[in-house]
Design a protein. Structure first.
Length: 153
């Protein structure tokens, strides 16, 4: 049994994960198209949205997901370390997103500042890291959040 407030929180987190996964798909399309088949408009669009999308997702997760899950840390003692690690991953992904913004902008303008190999490596490094992170939060933290909200409700 869930209340509308619980459902709203769970939906917010699910949307934040879905937006990050959609961003990863678009970034993968760019990486796959390098060097000769790049959608420049998509590149410029992604340059604009990569940082705001990641920042907004982290804001929701740190405001809604992490505090809800942390209410279970009395029964799951390693949880605090897990949350700390996820916060650090947010920090790293955000720094990475800023670098990606610059790279996408230069590729989108047709004036790449790095080789296609380096750009592909950078893009893949980012979206693989974000996918792993989101998969963990989806598979482990979201169910724990549901459990925590039921317990509290
Ligand atoms: Fe996250």
């Amino acid at each position: 049994m869930t209340t509308p407030a619980m459902d709203a929180s769970l939906t917010l987190v699910a949307q934040s994960h879905a937006r990050q996964m959609a961003l990863c798909e678009d970034l993968e399309a760019i990486a796959d198209g390098l060097p000769g088949n790049v959608n420049h408009q998509l590149c410029l669009h992604l340059a604009r949205v990569v940082c705001p999308t990641i920042a907004a997702a982290h804001e929701v997760e740190e405001r809604v997901l992490f505090p809800a899950v942390q209410t279970l840390s009395a029964t799951l003692p390693d949880l605090d370390n897990t949350i700390e690690r996820l916060r650090w991953e947010h920090f790293e992904d955000m720094s990475f997103a800023e670098e990606l913004h610059d790279a996408l902008l230069s590729i989108g303008r047709g004036e790449p500042k790095m080789t296609a190999e380096a750009a592909g490596y950078m893009l893949r490094g980012f979206f693989e890291s974000v996918r792993r992170h989101v998969a963990f939060e989806r598979e482990m933290l979201s169910p724990l959040m549901q459990l925590a909200l039921r317990k509290a409700g």
